[in-house]
Design a protein around this ligand. Sequence first.
Ligand SMILES: O=C([O-])CC(=O)C(=O)O
Ligand SMILES: [Mg+2]
Length: 249
Amino acid sequence: MISRRILNMAAAQKLTDQELIEKIRKVRLADLSDGMDALGLVNVGSMSTDMRPLRPGIAFAGFAYTVKLIKSQEPVIPSSSVEEYFKKNGEWCREVYTFDRIMKNDDITDKVLVIDMDGYPGGVLGSDNMLAYKFRGMAGAVVDGGCRDSFECNLEEVNVFSTRRTFHHVSFRLAHGGVNIPVQCAGVTVHPGDVICADDDGVLVIPRNRAEEVLEFAIAILQADQKARTAKYEALGMQPDYTLNRLGE
Ligand SMILES: O=C([O-])CC(=O)C(=O)O
Ligand SMILES: [Mg+2]
């Protein structure tokens, strides 16, 4: 178990948040993870391998905007008409989607929505709310639970990682538990403002106060990898692709 002392050994911050996130987006999770290892942060911030992208090729980085949902004991009362269903469901959604109303007042540009669903596997995200968040500049979402409308989400090219796919909703099953508080997500405690990095390999959480040191190692590690792979591409007569020049050097 890593001690908080190691996690908190921060170097001075030299980059603005914007500069940091732009640089982090150029490196791979493998480089960042090796950078964490180099600093003794071994396996720290690694979300469970259950956390998977909705489609190949999703990659993003941003600052955590955390949401906590809690299991609710409310019984589901059957509706006797469509009108009644919409009324009841609407009231319940108002409760569980309190986070969505709060977020409307916040700038979510370059944020990553990190949702703790208290272990409930339903779909709090879908093709409707994710499209709205994309439009507002959110980098992506990481949910320990489900996302539904997967096919439409992929057509819309919204960026979601989740531990489940489902068609179930969360109304009547979950209630609002708070925003921008520490949450548990796929085995990691995430604090608001942590740097959340995601690519095909998974999701990694880096505390903001260690991110610049991690990045310094990650860039050097990527440069060494690119040099080694460039030589192999040449030996094999393969055309170079953009992964050999991710840093744009
Ligand atoms: O309806 C919801 O709350 C979740 C969903 O399926 C969507 O946003 O498309
Ligand atoms: Mg939907």
